[in-house]
Ligand binder design. Structure first.
Ligand SMILES: Cc1ncc(CN)c(N)n1
Length: 222
């Protein structure tokens, strides 16, 4: 069994909880409170800046040109395709570019991005990919699931979001990371694979927490 299949299976209860979360379902059914969506997009913009830094680290640490190009492409897609979605939603929702960039990361945003960065700094490309893979892979899965809900891709407010995350172009980032991780997993010891699985499960948990904090519009308590 490819390593990606093994970790996807063990993360299944966490991913199911994310798919079923009222925030995610609210996007798909067009019922999500727009204030929660605005909150999410601003927090997500800050998160994506840190995620991009991790991909830039992957580009720098890559052992060969093929890996370097893969990370560079994923980085470009994030900065110029995914974050453009946020910039265009922000404009439409009355959030200025300055406000978007000045967003204070909330507790979950900071914890998630700091954890991802800490794992990426341990030096191995496999650990770095295990940390960022739930980000690319789970949004594509969610995008595809939500796109099956009648009317979801055409919804006035959330349709553009669903179409972007269900797109082949976005999916390609996840597929490339999966292929890379499977390649890197070959020849690793069981203890090393367990460690990669642990990182993947932790960032999967953070993905769930991110939906939840956006739904609740969670801020620092003091
Ligand atoms: C928190 C989070 N996780 C994943 C993605 C998809 N790149 C995102 N935009 N935000």
């Amino acid at each position: 069994m490819p390593f990606s299949e093994r970790i996807r299976k063990s993360a299944d209860p966490i991913w199911k909880a994310s798919h079923e979360h009222p925030f995610v379902q609210g996007i798909g059914h067009g019922t999500l409170d727009i204030e929660s969506f605005k909150f999410f997009m601003a927090q997500d913009y800050k998160y994506l800046i840190e995620y991009s830094r991790v991909m830039a680290m992957g580009t720098a640490l890559a052992p060969d040109l093929e890996t370097m190009s893969g990370f560079a492409e994923a980085l470009d897609d994030t900065l110029n395709m995914e974050m453009d979605l946020h910039r265009s939603y922000a404009e439409r929702l009355g959030i200025s570019r300055e406000e978007l960039e000045a967003t204070v990361p909330g507790p979950v945003t900071l914890a998630y991005s700091s954890y991802m960065m800490a794992e990426a700094q341990k030096g191995s490309i496999a650990e770095l990919i295990a940390a960022i893979l739930p980000c690319a892979w789970s949004y594509y899965e969610i995008g595809l699931e939500l796109a099956k809900i009648p009317g979801a891709t055409e919804h006035e407010q959330y349709g553009e979001w669903v179409r972007m995350y269900a797109s082949d172009e976005f999916g390609e980032i996840g597929y490339w990371l999966i292929r890379k991780l499977d390649e890197l997993a070959e020849g690793k010891t069981e203890a090393e694979l367990d460690r990669l699985e642990e990182i993947f499960l932790n960032t999967s948990r953070y993905e769930y927490m991110f939906w939840d904090m956006a739904y609740k519009r969670e801020k620092w308590p003091v």
